[in-house]
Write a protein that binds this ligand. Structure first.
Ligand SMILES: [Zn+2]
Length: 351
């Protein structure tokens, strides 16, 4: 969808040009810096080069505002930015519609649903920041991607909160996994963030396979635990009785597809230089992850509406409150971990 919009913006810009209107970049006041033209992979430091992406790189060390204005420039990160920029209003609109339909009111047991939305918006925002600004310098690259990992960790725990309070079955909550689910989810979310920061700062290009292992194993564990109440319900409850299960199945399928495109540089591996602007695996990963988040929101609202009257009775005010306090605490821990790796990176470069 973002690809179509980007294509539409390019066509619109060309049409306006033919009608005598100056292009968008020319309308930026001359007192403000405008982004330099994109360059080939060989013209940027090794750190910024992506496998099989040969052109469309933004030059390093431009003014920060150039990277902000590059939101409207065609470069090899454009779709990585726009896929997540556009996902945010879609989520907000669906939240607005669902909240109105079910008569959502804020209290201790409905708070996890709001925290799920906030954690989703946070990961989208930090991802946009990373893809927009990381090209400024090596320090910026590390700093913004470490922050991106904190957003992902927060989202992992936000999903766990939603799945625990609204999707899980009583029999699952009484199991060993159910009893330790929330603290274990928070720990694995932090571990994923810490492992990704470690792998990014420890390994340099060409990246060894250990780097991917370091990133994928803690994230896979966090996901498997976080999705366990959903999988349990998918296999124990009749789909015809529960309309939310279709959305849960779609969220799992979207996530698995996103994980595939995150792990492998496809399709660019087979078409080197032809996916520099549109069609990179990372863009497809963003699309499927955004879809996964939208399906999760729909499913969680249906689950919430189904059992809102019994939530306080089942969980109690205190359990809901403590589980939600853990979210900002996790965010602080992840930010501190990211900042520590950022500082270590600066010290490492100075020595
Ligand atoms: Zn990304």
């Amino acid at each position: 969808m973002a690809g179509i919009i980007l294509q539409y913006v390019s066509t619109l810009t060309l049409n306006l040009k033919h009608l005598g209107f100056p292009p968008l970049s020319d309308r930026i006041p001359s007192s403000l810096p405008s982004p330099e033209s994109t360059v080939k992979a060989s013209q940027v430091p090794n750190l910024f080069r992506e496998p099989y992406i040969l052109s469309g790189y933004r030059p390093v060390q431009q003014d920060w505002r150039c990277y902000l204005f590059s939101l409207f420039q065609r470069h090899n990160e454009s779709l990585n930015v726009w896929t997540h920029v556009l996902a945010a209003p879609v989520l907000l609109l669906r939240w607005w519609a669902n909240a109105g339909a079910v008569g959502y009111t804020l209290d201790t047991v409905s708070l996890p649903l709001l925290l799920f939305l906030l954690s989703s918006l946070t990961y989208l925002f930090l991802s946009v920041m990373a893809h927009l600004f990381h090209s400024h310098s090596e320090h910026a690259h590390y700093f913004f991607f470490f922050m991106d990992y904190t957003g992902v960790a927060l989202y992992q725990y936000g999903c766990s909160l939603g799945h625990y309070f609204y999707t899980s079955e009583p029999s699952w909550r009484e199991s060993h996994v159910g009893l330790s689910f929330l603290p274990a989810s928070a720990f694995l979310a932090w571990l994923s963030c810490a492992a990704c920061c470690f792998a990014k700062s420890r390994y340099r290009r060409p990246y060894p396979v250990q780097r991917k292992i370091c990133q994928i194993i803690p994230n896979a564990l966090a996901y498997l635990l976080g999705v366990s109440p959903v999988v349990h319900r998918l296999f124990t409850v009749s789909w015809t009785q529960e309309p939310s299960l279709l959305f849960h199945a779609l969220q799992v399928a979207s996530f698995l597809l996103s994980a595939l495109f995150f792990s492998c540089p496809i399709p660019e591996r087979f078409f080197a230089g032809h996916c520099d602007f549109v069609g990179q695996g990372h863009q497809i990963f963003h699309l499927f992850l955004s879809l996964c988040t939208v399906f999760q929101l729909e499913a969680l609202f249906q689950d919430y509406a189904r059992q809102r009257r019994t939530l306080v009775e089942v969980f109690g005010e205190r359990q809901g409150g403590w589980a939600c306090v853990a979210l900002p605490a996790l965010f602080v821990c992840c930010i501190l971990t990211a900042l520590q790796h950022s500082l270590m990176d600066i010290v490492y470069k100075q020595n």
